[in-house]
Design a protein around this ligand. Structure first.
Ligand SMILES: [Zn+2]
Length: 883
């Protein structure tokens, strides 16, 4: 699954780096034992034969299922997962024997159904058959409906979304990842609509009354959460990639917007068949584009039938940007990596979710970089690491491998630790054993565990076997304990053309200055400027390292390590003086560490501004993207303090405007792709900082759009609308609102409703919140509108959502609900919000599922601390530098 990145994807450059902090679990010991919330182990499913008849107009469906099961020990009852269902007849038939009827007891809290029998069942094979009825939802859980506008009127399509625990809303089933089984799916659907599932259609026949019976080929052995079904007025395009038919499925009329996705799928599949060493095993691989959105995810890796929201699959010629294009590619690379890591080999239980998500995230980044070097996405790994560390530095963090007991805890596991720290740690371990040895280990792991389930140690064993290098100890240090190593450069002395570095290991935290550091074995790479890199493993807290050359030293050269580096004053000065000469990736890494150490009080917070001063105007576009983002974040801390904010803005605009002058409003012939993104980021940030020249030009272009088609080119349309919407007055907001209402293309319409939500004006924020509760924006837009309002007006949005909880709940998918409300408050600088979030959690969230609320509280407390304790040094620096 690819996590939802709605706010950052849509309002590019309007969200700050410090937004990345929410959601984490209280530290827990790793345990792989089964827990009481899982099903009894006495029965195993082998095969499901399912027929569903959706009634889209009534938002309900009928189902029939025959499940072949093995009873492993004698029992008087069978318990499986079921949710929101009612059962008609249930029978159990032993192989070659007579059917008996079962008594059914449904437990909605436990999400189970138990079938009891008069006589205990002997061990052996049986068929459990039943008829049942279920509900079609309006948010992405189970079988759900998406209503959307088209030029030909309103349409409704149906899709399924099961990860982590929602297959049980569709089929009574053993809905845990380790109960793999095969599936035969049959659907009775309108004859003029297209039905899609994991496997190709085996047979389509007339079912009378305008209906068709569609039987899909049997699936391979797989986990329940990977099953998919969709039906609607679709069209499909295909291409062959080796022996596999790759396809894209879209709503009618949108197929051409999926061309890039289809082409990309072909090249990615070829790359993965090679990398994994096991060819993709299904006959086809579709990617189904769906209108709408979810607060929980952007795309889902159903085996052979990836489901992706349109905004990360289609490229709309009127509004899609270079950033969207790259996102379409990387999301596909992520979901397609799951076809192996997740689908072919699956974690045994959600404790090891990171095996799926950390790996797919790492594979996504690696493959995007390899197949599209012109995008220079290698630098993004530093931002991914920063995203992970933002979460990992506070007390509510958790180890990558964590103990999960409940459905809600499994949903919460889809967080930055699982994804981004997982990705960063895999990158570090790959660097440690070498890329070829790592790939050989992955190939071995695929061969050893195809069609079955694993725990993390299975991966370490395979990599050790293939690479002949011990990695399990390092891997355990970074996956079984939480937190971030801090490597301090205690001294650097030069003699005989070599620098001797004395390093010590502590722990970086944002909120526990007196914490006794944990211990890690840390692979460290260091080098002097232009010198050869030297490797060491910091063990037992200390290391001495000789590096060829003298002068400025970079620790974590190449930035593959998951740790922060704290330099002494002299070494930091040398780095600052040579900042322009560092490789871009080390510039980014140094900026990241300097910002974080400054905000945590480990170094002066103004060190970051020294580096901004030292960044040359012709630095890599992504360096300036990072600087702009951090300045924007800093600006947010000054909210409500106009005089001090003005000093920062004066400095920030003076630094960014000359960079933007080089880039300009108009694209230049043959310019590099990262420059296209830089243009959007700079316009967004300068508009955010109130740069009069940018505000004026954005407004001019907005006003001229009807007369001058070139005023708002697709590449800048959203960016310009963003600047205008952020600074909108009531009349402009009304105009944007009219545009949103009139728009008939769902992908564009959704973005316009998001833009309505970014206004700086509080009254317009309130207007947007009121609008979000009406039916007008569509069922899947409202939750993100409230969420986007919270970036500017956290108190307003949180109070509003809690006050209207019953209505808002209907607009949030249940997998995201425990994180949704606390997140709304997390941008606040108001101490009163701490109590409000705590009160919310106590009232509405189960005691074992409050980590997102606790993290929101920690984030607010941290923001207040930064405001009170770090900004004075920033003020002083700005004053000393004439702002
Ligand atoms: Zn994923």
């Amino acid at each position: 699954m690819r996590r939802s990145t709605l706010v950052s994807a849509i309002v590019l450059a309007l969200a700050s780096a410090s937004m990345s902090a929410v959601a984490a679990v209280p530290a827990a010991k790793h345990a792989v034992e089964q827990t009481t919330t899982q099903l009894p182990r006495n029965v195993r499913p082998i095969h499901y034969d399912v027929t569903v008849t959706p009634h889209a107009d009534k938002l309900s469906f009928d189902g029939k299922v025959a499940i072949k099961v093995d009873v492993l020990e004698s029992t008087g009852s069978i318990t499986l997962n079921a949710m929101g269902m009612s059962f008609a007849e249930v029978t159990l038939t032993p192989a070659g024997g007579k059917a008996q009827t079962a008594k059914v007891a449904v437990d909605e809290d436990k999400q189970t159904a138990t079938f009891s029998f008069d006589k205990p069942l002997a061990k052996g094979s049986y068929t459990l058959a039943m008829s049942y009825a279920g509900k079609i939802g309006t948010q992405a859980n189970g079988l759900f409906a998406i209503d959307y506008d088209t030029k030909a009127g309103k349409k409704r399509a149906l899709y399924t979304q099961f990860e982590n625990s929602d297959a049980r809303r569709f089929i009574p089933s053993w809905d845990e990842p380790n109960y793999k089984a095969t599936f035969n799916l049959t659907a009775i659907v309108p004859a003029d609509e297209m039905a899609v599932s994991n496997m190709p259609v085996a047979k389509k026949s007339d079912a009378g009354n305008g209906l068709a019976k569609v039987e899909f080929q049997p699936s391979p052995k797989m986990s329940t959460y990977l099953l998919f079904f969709g039906v609607g007025e679709f069209e499909r395009a295909t291409a062959m990639a080796g022996k596999t038919e790759v396809g894209v499925v879209t709503q009618k009329g949108m197929l051409s917007q999926a061309n890039f996705a289809l082409d990309s799928a072909k090249t990615i599949l070829a790359e993965y068949n090679d990398y994994f060493g096991t060819p993709y095993p299904l006959p086809k691989l579709d990617n189904i584009a769906s209108p709408g959105r979810s607060q929980f995810f952007g795309a889902m890796e159903n085996w052979g039938a990836i489901y992706t929201f349109e905004y990360v699959l289609l490229l709309d010629p009127t509004i899609s940007t270079q950033a969207d294009k790259q996102n379409v590619f990387s999301v596909q690379a992520h979901e397609m990596a799951h076809q192996w890591f997740g689908d072919l080999v699956t974690m045994r239980w959600w404790d090891d979710l990171w095996l799926n998500e950390g790996f797919a995230s790492w594979m996504e980044a690696r493959t995007t970089e390899k197949l599209h070097p012109e995008w220079n996405t290698k630098l993004e790994q530093v931002n991914v690491r920063e995203g992970a560390m933002g979460r990992d530095a506070i007390a509510t963090t958790h180890p990558i491998i964590q103990h999960v007991e409940t459905v809600e805890q499994a949903s919460q596991a889809f967080d930055a630790i699982t994804y981004s720290k997982g990705q960063a740690v895999i990158g570090m371990l790959e660097g440690y054993v070498g890329a070829d040895a790592w790939r050989d280990g992955v190939r071995l792991y695929m061969k050893q565990h195809a069609y079955s389930n694993t725990v993390s140690d299975d991966l370490w064993r395979a990599v050790e076997q293939a690479s002949k290098k011990p990695i399990a100890d390092i891997a355990h240090d970074f996956t079984l304990q939480p937190g971030i190593p801090l490597i301090t450069v205690d001294s650097a002395s030069c003699a005989g053309g070599k620098t001797t570095l004395k390093l010590s290991q502590g722990e970086f935290t944002r909120d526990r200055p007196d914490k006794k550091p944990l211990s890690w074995r840390v692979p460290v790479i260091a080098q002097t400027l232009g010198g050869a890199p030297t490797r060491t493993l910091v063990t037992g807290g200390k290391a001495t390292l000789e590096v060829p050359g003298c002068g400025a030293v970079v620790v974590n050269a190449g930035q593959s390590g998951y740790y922060r580096t704290l330099y002494g004053t002299e070494q930091f000065a040398a780095l600052k003086d040579n900042f322009a000469k560092l490789p871009p990736i080390d510039q980014l890494g140094t900026l990241g560490d300097t910002w974080a150490l400054g905000m945590a009080g480990k170094r002066p917070s103004s060190d970051f501004l020294d580096l901004v001063q030292a960044t040359p105007a012709d630095a890599d576009p992504q360096i300036w993207g990072d600087v702009a983002n951090d300045l924007s974040g800093l600006d947010g801390y000054y909210q409500g303090d106009a005089a001090r904010q003005a000093a920062l803005r004066k400095f920030a605009i003076a630094k960014l405007a000359p960079v933007f002058a080089r880039v300009g409003w108009e694209p230049k012939e043959g310019e590099a792709d990262p420059v296209k993104i830089q243009r959007m980021e700079l316009i967004g940030t300068l508009g955010n900082l109130g740069d009069p020249a940018v505000l004026k030009e954005a407004q001019r272009r907005f006003d001229a759009q009807d007369k001058d088609p070139k005023a708002m080119p697709a590449a800048l349309r959203r960016t310009i609308l963003g600047v205008v919407a952020r600074n909108a007055d009531a009349a402009t907001w009304d105009r944007l609102h009219a545009m949103a209402k009139a728009e008939k293309t769902p992908l564009v319409k959704d973005q316009l409703y998001t833009l309505l939500s970014i206004s700086r004006d509080k009254a317009l924020g309130q207007k947007t919140l009121d609008l979000a509760l009406t039916d007008e924006p569509g069922a899947t837009n409202s939750a993100s509108m409230i969420s986007v309002v919270s970036a500017q007006h956290p108190e307003l949005a949180f109070d509003f959502a809690v006050a209207h909880k019953a209505e808002v709940d209907k607009k949030v998918d249940s997998s995201a609900s425990s994180r949704y409300y606390p997140q709304l408050a997390s941008r606040s600088l108001d101490p009163a919000m701490v109590g409000k979030v705590k009160a919310y959690a106590e009232k509405y969230v189960a005691a074992g599922s409050r980590r997102d609320a606790d993290t929101a509280v920690a984030t607010i407390e941290y923001r207040i601390k930064v405001k009170n304790e770090r900004l004075p040094a920033i003020d002083a620096w700005l004053k000393a530098h004439g702002a």
